[in-house]
Design a protein around this ligand. Structure first.
Ligand SMILES: NC(=O)C1=CN([C@@H]2O[C@H](COP(=O)(O)OP(=O)(O)OC[C@H]3O[C@@H](n4cnc5c(N)ncnc54)[C@H](O)[C@@H]3O)[C@@H](O)[C@H]2O)C=CC1
Ligand SMILES: O=C(O)C(=O)Cc1ccc(O)cc1
Length: 290
């Protein structure tokens, strides 16, 4: 069956970063024949995206955008910029334009955006795909293939079906989740691991200073595997940690307790307990699908 990308023909992506850029590249790769417009504060990113034909036209000023043509706007900037951008673009929107985001935090934020954009329909979307790189210059045309796309909707509408079909056409597998539950889940499986990776590298900086030796000259594969995501964008992650503050703090508390417990059994040289903790974790990790 021919792909129709939810019937959307003129799409504006606000934020020509890794995710916005990958969304545009994926659409083109899968045969999208409409227009993809891009907007970014960075003129350089707009220029790269245009030069590489990732977008059909690009802008750094909202006033220059052909708003009347747009049937879809995608917010793809750091999550704490969404509210301000929504208020700025609201007066320009045509009455039928649909707005989605790709942000890593939903909860209260999407409820706020729904209100700001009303009567236009805003639909919260989160691709569970990415890398530690940033910018359109690192965008990939197959980033979303086979990956989950969470829609945080309360009910299905004509537009939510169109958005599902758009993401399906670039290879994503759509799932629906309550926005508050979403923030609990992704605090645990994504935000906590990023926080721990950043903190682990920070601890090695401190330990290097303590001993007067550069510990980063000696890492093995384990350290590199574990801390790849500590190379992620500080701007993007500062916004995620703050926007999902309560859940992130809770997961850090639980993690600290697990680490304290491990510390305690090592201190006591309690071999049985150490083996129990490590075996339980190992089994869970081995049971994960790839
Ligand atoms: N990096 C990842 O692996 C994933 C990120 N996300 C979400 O996607 C969104 C974008 O993240 P990335 O593409 O990774 O970031 P990025 O740093 O690669 O790109 C963000 C872009 O937004 C632009 N920007 C920042 N503030 C702006 C503003 N006020 N107005 C216009 N442009 C602005 C920046 O110049 C940059 O080009 C975030 O909300 C993030 O939570 C979702 C899934 C995965
Ligand atoms: O780089 C990785 O492995 C990631 O975990 C990417 C990622 C970052 C943020 C998201 O909201 C979803 C996926």
């Amino acid at each position: 069956m021919e792909k129709d990308f939810g019937g959307f023909k003129n799409i504006l992506i606000i934020g020509l970063g890794l995710i916005g850029g990958s969304f545009a590249k994926s659409l083109k790769k899968e045969g999208f024949k409409g227009n993809i417009y891009g907007y970014d504060l960075s003129k350089e990113r707009v220029s790269i995206a245009k030069k590489e034909n990732i977008i059909n036209d690009g802008f750094s000023d909202f006033k220059d955008i052909p708003w009347e043509k747009l049937d879809l706007v995608v917010l793809a900037t750091p999550v704490r910029t969404f509210e301000n951008i929504a208020k700025q673009i609201k007066p320009y929107l045509d009455k039928d334009t649909v707005i989605i985001d790709v942000g890593s935090v939903k909860g209260k934020l999407v409820r706020k955006l729904e209100k700001i954009f009303y009567p236009n329909e805003f639909i919260g979307a989160h691709p569970i795909a990415g890398t530690e790189k940033e910018g359109v210059e690192n965008a990939l045309d197959d980033l979303f293939k086979g990956k989950k796309l969470i829609l945080t909707i309360d009910k299905e509408t004509k537009n939510t079906k169109k958005i599902e079909s758009l993401w399906n056409d670039i290879g994503a597998k759509v799932e629906i989740m309550d926005p508050e539950l979403h923030d609990f889940v992704f605090a645990a499986v994504s935000h906590l691991p990023h926080a721990v990776a950043f903190a682990l590298v920070d601890a090695l900086i401190k330990l290097s200073e303590e001993k007067g030796i550069d510990l980063f000259l000696y890492p093995g594969g384990g350290f590199k595997d574990f801390t790849r995501i500590a190379a992620s964008s500080p701007n993007v992650w500062k916004d995620i940690f703050l926007e999902n503050k309560e859940n992130v703090l809770h997961t850090i508390d639980i993690f600290s307790k697990s680490l304290e417990n491990l510390k305690k059994v090592i201190e006591k040289e309690n071999e049985e307990e150490i083996i129990k903790i490590l075996s339980e974790s190992r089994e869970k990790r081995l049971s994960l699908e790839d």
